[in-house]
Design a protein around this ligand. Structure first.
Ligand code: AMP
Ligand code: ZN
Length: 117
């Protein structure tokens, strides 16, 4: 499979050109481990389609966001996070701390998380 956007690291992960630990995949959504394992569970939930950020989502894309949340919830259950809880975060733009310009949701958990800004 060729990456949709050859400059995009997440498109390359989705296409299998860059190795990653994939926890979930369907035709629309992929969940893989964040390279930064700063908390016991840190996964990234991404649409297969290259969408640069949450800020450019169109109304027609909104079901895809629901699928991303459903995939995150499934992986959270599989990782044993359901009972104690977890965090889903989408960073957008420079002030939001978005470093990779392919829409992604962080799934983090496995210990109590602080809220820092
Ligand atoms: P953000 O700052 O919200 O754009 O998050 C980007 C995330 O991508 C960071 O948490 C990085 O650790 C993660 N990341 C960057 N490169 C890779 C990679 N090759 N595999 C997995 N995660 C990555
Ligand atoms: Zn991409």
């Amino acid at each position: 499979m060729n990456p949709q956007n050859t400059d995009c690291i997440f498109c390359k992960i989705i296409a299998g050109e860059i190795p990653s630990t994939i926890a979930y995949r369907d035709k629309d959504v992929v969940v893989f481990a964040d390279i930064k394992q700063d908390v016991p569970v840190h996964m990234l939930v991404v649409p297969v389609r290259h969408i640069p950020s949450v800020a450019v989502l169109k109304d027609a894309d909104l079901p895809l966001v629901g699928k991303m949340v459903a995939a995150a919830n499934q992986v959270a259950r599989e990782k044993g996070l359901a009972e104690r809880g977890y965090r889903l975060t989408i960073n957008s733009g420079a002030d939001g701390g978005q470093d990779v310009q392919h829409l992604h949701m962080h799934l983090m958990g496995g210990r109590p998380l602080k809220w820092e800004n």
